[in-house]
Design a protein around this ligand. Structure first.
Ligand SMILES: *Cc1c(COP(=O)(O)O)cnc(C)c1O
Length: 384
């Protein structure tokens, strides 16, 4: 069979380990931490990222993101921190997009000084703003699109072009889009990172991360990874492989639900603003259409000022207030109190994150049930 290209075919089949003994339908699980030497060169050990299940899953990850090679990590942050550190050393500088996942911005602002690594945050996600932060010693440019929580879109092709021109490594956190909706390597981005805890795992029961790139860059990240020790245990690797089989259909269902909910909220008289790249009035809709295959399952919205958002959240019955995202179940949170709660009020205002902004991770429930839940919660708070 030639190389399968369709997303669901990759999800279900690529990289599987063959059960030659019993011909079972799924990959056998190898839990050994100790393997006999194959020859003097090959040392098989989980922290060397080379057990049978780890290697099998890297093949699926590479195929999903159209890269040559991949590594699987114990968390998204292990993938983010190890990938950044592999390309940066004391005296170097890195440019980040303005709004980053909270854990990544904590990594940068709390740790980078200790390693003598300088950094800048661009004032917004536009290419001119990223370019304006470049210095003599800049080595890496790092983006996240769609961004959290306002779903702004960064132009991947322009970032890749700028990186090539300046001799920088371009990196993206592609977690929010998932490989179903966006493949940054096709646009020239060098290194693609995911928190596999989110759409890849998809059932809110796995913590994992991955990085996909060229063979050369993955070898370089591996040199750092084996020393930092952020590998994933084989049992969870195996569970993640199982989860990925349904990622294509899950994410497509989430895309569809999110689009319908965005339209419903957008036309609701008690909702003042909706942020969803699939909506025609989203400021980056055109760019999203150019570089995304689907607009994703994340959306944000603001209720009218006179509505008490905490009461609204408490009144929801089906949609759960929760910290994480991208599971099959719908969840909602207030960024000002949670993901962006550590920022000062001025910083939040600068980023456009209002106190009543709600971030909605849309699940796979029936659209009608989700709409009914939102409707009854709005009606309840308005009556009170
Ligand atoms: C959750 C998340 C991370 C961190 O992943 P963990 O698996 O929690 O370590 C990084 N980036 C984005 C965009 C995320 O949503």
């Amino acid at each position: 069979m030639s190389k399968p290209k369709g997303i669901n075919t990759i999800c279900t089949h690529v990289g599987e380990l063959e059960d030659t003994e019993f011909r079972g339908a799924v990959s056998p699980l190898y839990m050994s931490t100790s393997y006999a030497f194959e020859d003097v060169e090959v040392k098989r050990y989980p922290r060397y990222f080379n057990t049978p299940n780890q290697v099998a899953l890297t093949r699926k990850m590479a195929a999903l993101e159209h890269g040559e090679s991949s590594l699987i990590f114990g968390s998204g942050m292990a993938a983010v921190s190890t990938s950044l550190m592999a390309f940066l050393r004391s005296g170097d500088h890195v440019v980040f997009q303005d709004s980053l996942y909270g854990g990544t911005s904590n990594l940068v602002t709390e740790e980078f000084d200790k390693f003598g690594i300088a950094y800048s945050f661009a004032k917004d996600a536009r290419i001119e703003s990223l370019e304006a932060e470049l210095k003599e010693n800049t080595k890496v440019i790092y983006i996240e699109t769609p961004s959290n929580p306002l779903l702004r879109i960064t132009d991947m092709k322009a970032v890749a072009k700028l990186a090539k021109k300046e001799g920088l490594v371009s990196m993206i956190d592609n977690t929010f889009a998932s490989p179903v909706n966006q493949n940054p390597i096709d646009f020239g981005i060098d290194v693609v990172i995911h928190s596999a805890t989110k759409y890849m795992g998809g059932h809110s029961d796995i913590l994992a991360g991955t990085v996909i790139s060229s063979k050369e860059y993955i070898d370089r990240i591996f040199q750092m990874a084996k020393n930092f020790g952020g590998s994933l245990s084989d049992y969870t690797v195996w569970l993640l492989e199982r989860s990925l089989k349904t990622m294509g259909i899950r994410v497509k269902a989430q895309n569809e639900n999110a689009m319908k909910l965005a339209e419903y909220l957008n036309s609701h008289s008690d909702v003042s603003k909706v942020y969803y790249p699939g909506l025609k009035d989203h400021p980056d809709h055109k760019l999203a259409k150019e570089q995304m295959k689907g607009y994703g399952g994340m959306l944000s919205f603001e209720l009218n000022e006179d509505i008490n958002v905490s009461e609204f959240m408490k009144s929801l019955e089906l949609i759960k207030p929760s910290m994480s995202l991208a599971g099959v179940e719908s969840t909602i949170l207030l960024p000002s109190k949670t993901s962006h709660g550590l920022l000062s009020a001025e910083e939040r205002e600068k980023q456009g994150i209002k106190d009543n902004l709600l971030r909605f991770s849309v699940g796979i429930e029936e659209t009608e049930d989700l709409i009914e839940d939102l409707e009854q919660a709005i009606n309840k708070v308005i009556k009170n």
